[in-house]
Design a protein around this ligand. Structure first.
Ligand code: PLP
Length: 416
């Protein structure tokens, strides 16, 4: 570890809550698809701050929007009007097919608000006073760290330390229509799911499951809540991943890339569901502030103007082909899942995945590991095919070197 990172580690260990196990690199600036550390070394960013910096670092349109808005007005609270929330909502409703928006500061807050809307909607549309407050979520899902989001996150390691959580949540086996059918009845107010599970290793829902979730929730008067915080807003080459399946959810949540790196999330919903919320029932001090909204408008307008979505599809196909070639060559790759520029490379051991990430970093390429065995790639949408080739070649070399090292370790009886 270099001296600067080591010094920061010592300071943070003494001063911060111990929530993160950081990679020992200190970044100073970013430009395009590259990050630069304090020693001036350049890294190819294939993670974009966990799916946030979709236009890379320092995109001129985002910089301009932030600088101009910062000079005018940064914060006003939701007690007053400013012109940008409606302008942003118009864009988001137009690309999503939803009718209305609410702006939060993060993904988890957007999901919390979606759960509140679902509970309130169930009360408003209640039948014969029968209780209707159960929520179904999926095994291995991830919806965030606040209590409601945590309660619907289907991974015990995140929930357990904080129990008891919000009551009434049950988990359905991933892509298991029979399990969904067995658990979904008229006591359920919402089924919540990620169209493509991100944290659990880039796992797309099957068309059959999503269609069943849509028709069964309709049948039982429950809402379908779709969390597109990681997979939405162009990441898959469509504006939203659910659009590929031709369904219309009742509520969609987005966040990560929305405001070009500034914190902003949104709940998108229908006019019908929006009737369940009235002034005073939900709100936020910061959410939907002028600065974040200006950046988000610039982000969405840039995706359109620069025809970024077709580019994501094209480069995504190149990435999928490159990773498929690697899978053929390396027995350690169990599965490759690649949708647009969202890729998971599942390895046959967590230990190997743990060693691949720092080895890639040695070669100045940033990726990460999720769900123990999966290498996750969430590059900026502006990468080119030659960046993809660079990463695929580097991964090839790293996997070859690590498997050679483990073979020679085994051959020597594991003595070195
Ligand atoms: N939902 C999904 C699918 C996510 O991937 C995340 C974050 O990784 C969240 C919710 C939580 O978002 P945030 O970290 O902005 O609260």
């Amino acid at each position: 570890m270099n001296a600067h990172a080591a010094a920061l580690k010592r300071q943070e260990n003494a001063l911060l809550l111990s929530t993160y196990d950081r990679v020992p690199v200190v970044f100073e600036r970013g430009r395009g698809v590259y990050l630069y550390d304090t020693r001036g070394r350049r890294y190819l960013d294939f993670l974009s701050g966990i799916g946030v910096n979709a236009l890379g670092h320092g995109h001129p349109a985002i910089r301009k929007a932030i600088a101009e808005q910062a000079a005018k007005l940064v914060h006003i609270s939701n007690l007053f009007y400013h012109p940008l929330q409606a302008a942003l909502a118009r864009r988001l409703t137009s690309i999503s097919g939803m009718d209305r928006a609410f702006f939060s500061n993060s993904g988890t807050e957007a999901w919390e608000g979606a759960l509140k809307l679902a509970r309130s909607n169930a009360k408003m549309t209640g039948r014969n006073g029968r209780p209707r407050w159960r929520v179904l979520a999926l095994d291995n899902s991830f919806h965030g760290r606040t209590f409601g989001s945590l309660a619907t996150t289907g991974q015990a390691k995140y929930r357990k330390p904080f129990a008891p959580l919000m009551p009434g949540v049950e988990f359905v086996r991933f892509n298991d229509v029979a399990d969904l059918k067995a658990k979904l009845d008229s006591t359920v107010c919402a089924v919540g799911l990620e169209t493509i599970q991100g944290e659990s290793g880039i796992r797309p829902l099957s068309c059959e499951f999503l269609e069943a979730a849509r028709s069964l929730t309709r049948k039982h008067h429950a809402l379908l809540l779709v969390d597109e915080i990681q997979c939405g807003l162009g990441r898959t080459g469509n504006w939203f991943a659910y659009q590929k399946f031709g369904i219309r959810p009742d509520i969609v949540t987005v966040a990560k890339p929305l405001a070009g790196g500034l914190p902003l999330g949104a709940i998108l919903t229908t006019n019908q569901v929006a009737r369940a919320i009235h002034p005073g029932m939900h709100g936020t001090t910061f959410g939907g502030g002028p600065l974040a909204c200006a950046a988000a408008i610039a982000f969405l307008d840039t995706l359109k103007r620069e025809r970024i979505l077709p580019h994501v599809r094209k480069v995504g196909r190149h990435l999928a082909a490159g990773l498929a070639r690697l899978q053929k060559k390396h027995a350690a790759i169990r599965e490759v899942r690649c949708i647009g520029l969202m890729a998971g490379v599942e390895l046959d051991s967590g230990d190997l995945a743990k060693r691949v990430v720092p080895a890639m970093l040695e070669g100045r390429i940033i990726i990460n590991r999720t769900h123990d065995t999966v290498l996750r790639l969430l590059p900026p949408y502006i990468i080119t095919e030659s960046h993809v080739d660079e990463v695929v070649n580097a991964l090839d070399q790293v996997l070859t070197a690590l498997s050679r090292a483990s073979q020679s370790h085994a051959a020597s009886g594991g003595t070195h």
